[in-house]
Design a protein around this ligand. Structure first.
Ligand code: F6R
Ligand code: ZN
Length: 186
């Protein structure tokens, strides 16, 4: 990873409002501050016309039944898109917009996922190895974490009876619609 010029490590203690099961969160934190995900960035000026890129690595694991994931965010400049290319692992990109729509795209090696402008996005590792994606987005996009940090996404991705399952987030009461799902075959 030596060619990247910034390395972010996001640990459990920095994700207080992210996981739905607060008891499981506290119990896990009591036994150590697990490394949930890492980001390696290529620094460029944060202005229109530039592209920002890097690697996102979400480690495998769960807090209660909910899979390890990124905090997730909107872009501050809402009309900016993003592209992810999955290099390794299995997972989902959970997305929602301010109209209450949810969309889920599957990550598997070689798959490209496009995040439309105005959609919040969160990477979720549903597999047993690291989920590694390459991302690229406009230099002027910026990040709005507070909207998601306050309400959470409308949906959570959990393991239920051994299967990856999308459920309503018990912490989020905002109106929402059906989930649209796109897997590797669609
Ligand atoms: C940038 C982007 C990704 C994420 C990375 C970590 O706009 O979407 O590079 O920043 O996957 O997730 P967050 O930023 O939600 O902690
Ligand atoms: Zn983004």
């Amino acid at each position: 990873m030596s060619s990247f010029d910034n390395h972010i490590q996001r640990r459990l203690s920095a994700m207080k409002n992210s996981f739905a099961d607060r008891e499981a969160y506290k119990a896990m934190l009591d036994s150590g501050d697990a490394l949930i995900y890492e980001v390696y960035e290529n620094r460029r000026p944060e202005v229109a016309g530039e592209l920002l890129s890097g690697l996102s690595i979400v480690h495998p694991g769960r807090v209660g039944s909910e899979y390890f994931m990124t905090k997730g965010h909107y872009h501050s400049v809402r009309d900016t898109a993003e592209i992810y290319y999955c290099m390794q692992g299995e997972g989902l990109l959970l997305m929602e917009n301010e109209a209450g729509e949810t969309a889920v795209e599957e990550f598997s090696p070689g798959r490209v996922v496009y995040v439309l402008p105005r959609w919040a996005h969160r990477s979720i590792n549903t597999g047993k190895e690291d989920l590694v994606t390459f991302f690229v987005y406009p230099g002027n996009a910026g990040h709005d974490y507070s909207t998601i940090d306050t309400t959470g996404f409308r949906k959570c991705v959990v393991e239920q009876n051994g299967a990856v399952t999308i459920v309503d987030n018990p912490k989020n009461n905002l109106p929402h619609t059906e989930v649209s799902f796109h897997g590797a075959g669609a």
